[in-house]
Design a protein. Structure first.
Length: 276
C-alpha cells in the first residue's frame, strides 16, 4: 500500500469512529498523540466531541502526565485525569506475574469505559500499533475483550510509520522515546515496590540529562542493567564515570551496561524466545 493511501485509510477510519462522541486513552506518547490530532480533526468534521483520558498511576513515569497535559493543551482537547492505584486494587500485580499487563489494562480500560459512559461517548480508542501485535503484549487481550478500538493497528501502522506521520503533521512528540509502564524494568516474579520504581525512573532521567535518548534501567536483584541505543554504547562506555556519578546516590550496588543495547520487551525473553 502506498504511503498516501495508508494515511488516508487511517484518517477515514477515524472519521467513521467519530460519528459519535469519542474517548481516547491518552498517554502523551507518539502513538496516542497521533490519534489525538487525527481524532480531534475527525470529531470537528463530524460535529462530535473528543475527550482525552489519562491515567494517573504509580506504575507510569511522571513525565507521561506532563507530556499528556502539554500535548492535549496544544491540540485543544479536554484532558480528564483518572486516578488509579493498581497495586491497591489488584494486590496480585505486586508479584509482577507474566500476565501483569493484562490485569492492569483490564482495570484501566474498564475505568475508561466507565468514564466514557458518564460522558456519553460511544467509542474508546487506544494506541496499539502494528509492531505491538508481533510482541508479547498480554494487555492487547484486555483491549479486545473490552471492545476498545485500536485504529493504528487496524490500519497496519508500524511505530516508524506513526513517527513519520506525526512528524509530517508537526506533532511535538514525533521523536519522543517510548515510555512504557515502569514495572517492565523488573523481571517477572520480582516484587513491585514503588520506591524501587521511583529510583529506576530517576536513573533513566539522569541518563537522559547526560544526552542519551532511548534508555532503560532494568533491575536484576542488586544489578542495574542499563540499555541504550546500540550506536550510543561507545559513548556510554566513554562516559562511564559520569554515569556512575549520576547514579551513585540511587543505592544500586552494581551498575552494568548491556552490550546488546536497547531492546523493547527484553524482560519477555523467557516467555517468547527472541527471533534468531
Amino acid at each position: 500500500m502506498l504511503w498516501e493511501q495508508k494515511k488516508e485509510k487511517l484518517v477515514n477510519r477515524l472519521e467513521e469512529l467519530a460519528a459519535g462522541d469519542v474517548c481516547l486513552a491518552f498517554s502523551g506518547g507518539v502513538d496516542s498523540s497521533l490519534l489525538l490530532y487525527l481524532a480531534a480533526r475527525a470529531a470537528a468534521d463530524r460535529g462530535s466531541k473528543l475527550y482525552a483520558l489519562t491515567f494517573d498511576t504509580n506504575l507510569h513515569p511522571r513525565t507521561d502526565m506532563e507530556a499528556a497535559r502539554r500535548t492535549a493543551a496544544e491540540a485543544g482537547v479536554p484532558l480528564r485525569v483518572i486516578p488509579v492505584d493498581e497495586l491497591a486494587e489488584l494486590p496480585q500485580i505486586r508479584r509482577n506475574p507474566p500476565d501483569r499487563c493484562y490485569l492492569c489494562k483490564k482495570l484501566l480500560f474498564g475505568r475508561a469505559l466507565e468514564e466514557a459512559g458518564r460522558l456519553g461517548a460511544e467509542t474508546v480508542l487506544e494506541g496499539t500499533n502494528a509492531d505491538d501485535l508481533d510482541q508479547y503484549r498480554p494487555g492487547i487481550r484486555a483491549v479486545r475483550e473490552l471492545g476498545i478500538r485500536s485504529p493504528l493497528a487496524d490500519a497496519g501502522f508500524t511505530k516508524a510509520e506513526v513517527r513519520r506521520f506525526a512528524g509530517e503533521l508537526g506533532i511535538g512528540t514525533a521523536e519522543r522515546p517510548s515510555s512504557p509502564c515502569m514495572a517492565t524494568r523488573l523481571p517477572y516474579g520480582a516484587r513491585i515496590d514503588e520506591e524501587v520504581l521511583k529510583r529506576l525512573e530517576q536513573a533513566e532521567n539522569a541518563l537522559r540529562e547526560l544526552g542519551f535518548g532511548q534508555v532503560r534501567a532494568r533491575l536484576h536483584g542488586e544489578i542495574l542493567r542499563l540499555e541504550g541505543e546500540p550506536e550510543e554504547i561507545p559513548r556510554a562506555a566513554e562516559k562511564a564515570g559520569k554515569i556512575r556519578q549520576a547514579l551513585k546516590n540511587l543505592k544500586f550496588p552494581y551498575i552494568t551496561l548491556d552490550l546488546e543495547g536497547f531492546c523493547s520487551g527484553s524482560m519477555d525473553r523467557k516467555i517468547t524466545p527472541p527471533i534468531p
